[in-house]
Structures are given as structure tokens and as C-alpha cells.
Design a protein around this ligand. Sequence first.
Ligand code: THU
Length: 160
Amino acid sequence: MQKKTIETQFTICSYNELDNTAQHLINKAKEQTKTSYSPYSSFRVGAAVLLENGEIVTGSNQENAAYPSGICAERVAIFYANAQYPDVPVKAIAIAGYTNGKYVQLPITPCGACRQVLLETEIRFEKDIKIFLYGEEHVCMLNNVKELLPLSFVKESLKG
Ligand code: THU
């Protein structure tokens, strides 16, 4: 028997410490919370995806009376980016949550399904996707999606 440990590296900083590009991406994610359709959870999420060509694609969570049919902001944004720009790598994603009349105090992290989808985009373009998770108290940054989803299921897994 062998015990193994996985470590995740992330950075915490204030919004003001970030460069203009990161601040702009976060602002876009925050702004996009306004388009959320979330009558069931009242939890608004906005995501902004920065592409290598400088384009920013945004998305928000879209809920449904048939609950599982709804989809998170991250997947709305990343699938839209991949559909509009199938050959352009993704450089970064910013995510912001808003509920009870204010942005969340502490950053929210993407759900498992969104991590899986983001990871495939990272692998597909062979380019790390930086992650900026916004909270009023601080911003959490990760250098790539692999940090968020170790022991992942990838296309090689399908070979058995
Ligand atoms: N949600 C997102 O859009 N992204 C996340 O990272 C976490 C959760 C959405 C799904 C659902 O519409 C609402 O937030 C409450 O879970």
C-alpha cells in the first residue's frame, strides 16, 4: 500500500494588486452576473473568457424549471468561446458570484462539471488557462485548470 498526496497551488491577492488585463476580465465577469437567469437559486454567476486573439467572451448561469437542464456560467462562456473561435486558445477565465444584493465575500470555485469542461479546453489547445476567482475580500488565482482537477478523466482514459 502506498499513500500519495496531491497539492494544489493557488495565490490570494487583492483586486488592486492585479494588472489591468486581469482587472478588466474580472469586471466583465462581474458585469455579466446581471444577465444570469437564476429564479430558482437567486445565485447569479458571471464568467469572462479571454482568448489569445484578445477577444473576451462572457456568459452567465441559465437555470430551468427542470433543474438539471440548467447550466453554469463557466460552461456557457467556454462553450460559446469554443463555438465562435474553434481554433483560438483560451488564455484565462474570470468568475464572479452575486447573491443577496452583493458580490460574494469569498471567491466561488467552479463545480466539477465545469472543471472537466475547462480542462478539456486547456488540453485541446495545449495552453494553460489562468483562473481568476473574484470575491469582495480577495481574489484567488490558479495558473491552470489541472490545479483544480487532479486525477481527471481525459481522452487517454477512454483507451482503457
Ligand atoms: N453556478 C455557476 O454558474 N457556476 C459555479 O461555479 C457554481 C454554481 C450556478 C449554478 C446554479 O444556477 C446556481 O449557480 C446555484 O448553484
